[in-house]
Write a protein that binds this ligand. Structure first.
Ligand SMILES: NC(=O)c1ccc[n+]([C@@H]2O[C@H](COP(=O)([O-])OP(=O)(O)OC[C@H]3O[C@@H](n4cnc5c(N)ncnc54)[C@H](O)[C@@H]3O)[C@@H](O)[C@H]2O)c1
Length: 342
């Protein structure tokens, strides 16, 4: 049997455990998996692009466990009543190839993206960071705020979105959790004086939601919305001023902010900061940039965290996903007796 966490159980688990606590726990799991980065199979995700958006498969394996996520990205969806990003994912046992765990991952992706942002900021942002500016108040936004609070203790968030209703929603969701939310009048207004800046907008365009003149020395930039060919958020000259950290360069060069730069533009693989192979932030004035696109190992980790967390609980059910005849060679025997003759 395969364990299955559906939407109802994912909501119950998240609400009962608390999203910020989950993100904090996931940061520990992510750090452990990023430290053993070389032991994973890695490839850029498999993307199917259409004028509507993108559908992607994200596989990886540590040779004990295989994982994949199905995820879409359709920036025009909210205007039609659908979400921009939805997902589900699977863990399988490498020894026999059987799927062992299946989960909804729309919520889990938001939690894992926030945990990844938090993990990276914990190592790259100035430790005394106290103001987080967010550009983009959609589905990921509140989770990103929680990620930075879990990692750095940042309680003050400044928000800017072209949609005022999205900013109201953001404040409504976060103020009860103790955040001080400041609604901006422009990107410049939100970003001025911030320590950490997250860009999480969705537009299938080479957009400039953050311009070079807004970026101040010492800022940590957490750019998560530029994650597809032809879809970026930062003015290219920011990349020249910043030290750029990435997940998996072959994927980020296709999808990330650095798609705007030459193929040999220098980047640092973040896992190497965790192992101590390369330094993280080198001075208070340095601008650090996490050019996040989302990598399969983060989904592997999120599924692993969820699987361990729900073990022994009532947040999953067992489903019959694999047809398994008693005689492994007699698959037809499962249906033969039931089939009409002739
Ligand atoms: N890097 C990762 O791991 C990762 C993971 C999940 C999602 N994403 C990406 O993050 C982005 C946000 O995802 P979401 O689910 O929150 O999308 P969403 O559609 O729910 O929200 C996007 C928000 O951006 C706003 N926006 C668009 N253009 C803007 C602009 N120029 N200035 C200010 N606001 C603007 C929209 O009004 C909307 O409120 C998407 O591009 C998605 O693909 C990345």
């Amino acid at each position: 049997m395969t364990r299955f966490v559906d939407v109802r159980n994912m909501i119950r688990w998240t609400a009962d455990r608390g999203p910020e606590r989950i993100i904090a726990g996931m940061i520990d799991y992510l750090e452990a998996d990023f430290r053993r980065w070389p032991s994973f199979d890695k490839s850029p995700r498999v993307a199917s692009h259409t004028p509507f958006g993108v559908i992607e498969l994200m596989p990886t394996s540590d040779h004990e466990t295989y994982a994949f996520k199905y995820v879409n990205g359709h920036p025009s969806n909210p205007a039609r009543g659908y979400q921009t990003v939805t997902a589900f994912g699977v863990l399988a046992d490498v020894h026999n190839g059987y799927p062992t765990f299946l989960a909804e991952m729309t919520l889990l992706t938001a939690l894992r993206t926030a945990a990844t942002s938090g993990m990276v900021a914990k190592h790259l942002a100035r430790p005394d960071s106290s103001v987080h500016a967010l550009i983009g108040a959609g589905s990921q936004a509140e989770f990103q705020a929680l990620g930075m609070r879990a990692a750095l203790g940042i309680n003050t968030v400044r928000i800017w979105d072209v949609d005022p209703l999205a900013m109201d929603k953001f404040a409504r969701n976060l103020e009860p959790l103790g955040f001080e939310v400041v609604i901006g009048t422009s990107a410049a207004d939100a970003v001025a004086g911030a320590d950490v800046v997250t860009t999480c907008t969705a537009d299938k365009a080479l957009a400039t939601v953050l311009t070079d003149d807004l970026v101040e020395p010492g800022m940590h930039l957490n750019a998560i919305g530029g994650d597809c060919p032809g879809k970026t958020e930062l003015e290219a000259s920011i990349l020249d001023r910043a030290e750029v950290f990435v997940e998996f360069p072959p994927q980020t060069r296709i999808e990330g902010e650095i798609q705007q730069m030459a193929p040999d533009f220098p980047v640092i693989e973040f896992w190497q900061v965790l192992t101590g192979a390369v330094p993280g932030r080198s001075s208070r004035e340095q601008i650090t940039l996490f050019d996040s696109v989302g990598f399969a190992i983060e989904d592997f980790t999120a599924l692993r965290f969820l699987r361990d967390s729900v073990d022994g609980s009532e947040y999953f059910e067992e489903i019959d996903l694999v047809a398994a005849p008693d005689d492994p060679k007699d698959l037809f025997g499962l249906v033969g007796a039931l089939s009409p003759v002739g």
